[in-house]
Design a binder for this molecule. Structure first.
Ligand code: ZN
Ligand code: ZN
Length: 91
């Protein structure tokens, strides 16, 4: 089963990516000379039908996890007996 991923990226006001090497102070001030500052965070899921944008990174991350959880339905329980039989059927 292919697991979906929804990587979180940070963006500048002009929509370019604020890369991980753009460090910020704890108050959010950019320390990198080329960094105009983080404007918003975005997460796009590999399923292609979900994306989320927001100024609060924590909230985007939370929404992202909530969405990813919808891709992982509880694993179907295969009875042990059946599993043993499937193994015997293998060439
Ligand atoms: Zn930046
Ligand atoms: Zn998805």
């Amino acid at each position: 089963m292919a697991a979906h991923r929804a990587p979180l990226t940070n963006h500048h006001p002009d929509h370019s990516v604020c890369t991980p090497d753009h460090k910020h102070t704890s108050s959010g001030k950019p320390l990198h000379p080329d960094c105009p500052g983080r404007s918003y965070s975005q997460a796009v899921c590999t399923c292609g039908s979900w994306e989320f944008k927001g100024s609060a990174k924590g909230y985007v991350n939370e929404s992202r996890k909530r969405h990813l959880a919808t891709h992982t339905p509880p694993a179907p329980k295969v009875p042990v007996v059946l599993r043993a039989r499937l193994r015997l059927d293998l060439p």
